[in-house]
Design a protein around this ligand. Structure first.
Ligand code: GLY
Length: 344
């Protein structure tokens, strides 16, 4: 399935197709023909899948392999990638392939956005989280010591090529991380996404269909608001609390798991505040339970100081995403005092 994202800064295809890893030469041809390709990946993906990508590219294609994990997503590593692009003599018309999960996609996109003031890159996601969320929409970033994703740009890829079959080797933690983001889409969009999540992801074409539906939901949001001035903030459902949990745990809980815990905290606040009905609340909580997400182990009161430092805070106001029903969420501006009353 091909979904075309017509964003303000660029129009690009997202191709979601089982078995695409075996057809990468053909899939990459429109972007790679006549250009040098440089590949950025991580050590886990390199061990499992890199030979398949390299088989589709000319001999001698340069590869930069990061240590896997969030700790690689920093300024220093981005600098090393940019230097490496220069050392390999990539020109403005060449292209970088980001072959990995969210960390690889974010940092590669960021490096591509600054190298020679911006060269093309393609996203070839290898995790569920990257396939349904981070590879689409053009957000690129590195983390700073003051917080996650604090330096970055909106710089969309030339294309996203996702093979759901590549998830066959995804470790359980990474899988759960992607499910956390998928729960977000299920609550935001409701309908078939929620139904598939309640059903069996391994059944028939469920997984491929879920990915395509999440990408299409994100396409619609990004087309309306690429720079996150309004509607795109909906995609932060569960994230403000999720980031606080992530920080409180010293990155001990993975991102998608924190998002799922954040959604539970918000759902509870919404039913308490009379915004969300009991049936939908129970439906959301049983979905989270079905996938074995833990309860948030921290008191919301203890995490409140972290909300005051959230990068999405403007003029002391939080843009909280609240749940009115499954498939109907909205952005509610709250002062920190109001957020405290709402959440605690
Ligand atoms: N991951 C949320 C967004 O792309 O806006």
């Amino acid at each position: 399935m091909e979904i075309t994202v017509k964003a303000g800064t660029r129009t690009y295809p997202v191709i979601v197709e089982r078995g695409l890893t075996d057809r990468l030469a053909e899939a990459l041809a429109p972007y790679a023909a006549g250009r040098k390709v440089a590949v950025v990946t991580d050590d886990n993906v390199a061990k499992l899948w890199l030979p398949r990508l390299l088989a589709a590219l000319p001999e001698g294609t340069p590869v930069y392999t990061l240590p896997h994990g969030e700790n690689s997503k920093n300024w220093e590593t981005a600098g090393k990638i940019v230097e490496w692009l220069a050392a390999n003599k990539l020109t403005r018309t060449d292209i970088v392939a980001a072959f990995g999960g969210g960390v690889v996609g974010d940092i590669t996109g960021f490096a591509a956005s600054v190298y020679m003031r911006g060269i093309d890159y393609v996203q070839i996601p290898t995790t569920l989280l990257a396939g349904i969320d981070s590879s689409v929409g053009g957000k690129t970033a590195v983390d700073l010591s003051a917080g996650k994703n604090l330096a970055g740009r909106i710089y969309p890829p030339a294309a996203v090529l996702f093979d759901p079959d590549i998830l066959s080797t995804l470790p359980p933690t990474e899988w759960k991380c992607g499910i956390g983001e998928a729960v977000k889409y299920a609550v935001l969009a409701g309908g078939e996404i929620f139904d598939i999540m309640e059903d069996d992801l391994k059944k028939g074409d469920n997984l491929e269909r879920l990915v395509a539906l999440c990408v299409d939901y994100k396409r619609r949001v990004v087309e309306a608001d690429e720079n996150e001035a309004g509607e795109r903030r909906l995609l932060n459902l569960g994230h403000t609390i999720g980031h606080a949990i992530e920080a409180e745990s010293g990155l001990g809980f993975p991102h998608g798991v924190c998002v799922a815990m954040g959604i539970a905290v918000i759902a509870r606040a919404c039913i308490r505040g009379g915004l969300l009905g009991k049936d939908d609340y129970l439906r959301i909580m049983s979905l989270l339970q079905k996938y074995g997400f833990p309860e948030c182990p921290y008191s919301v009161r203890a995490m409140l100081p972290r909300l005051a430092h959230d990068k999405k805070l403007t003029d002391g106001t939080l843009k909280a995403v609240v749940i009115r029903s499954v498939g109907n969420c909205e952005i509610k501006e709250m002062s920190l005092d109001e957020a405290e009353k709402f959440l605690v």
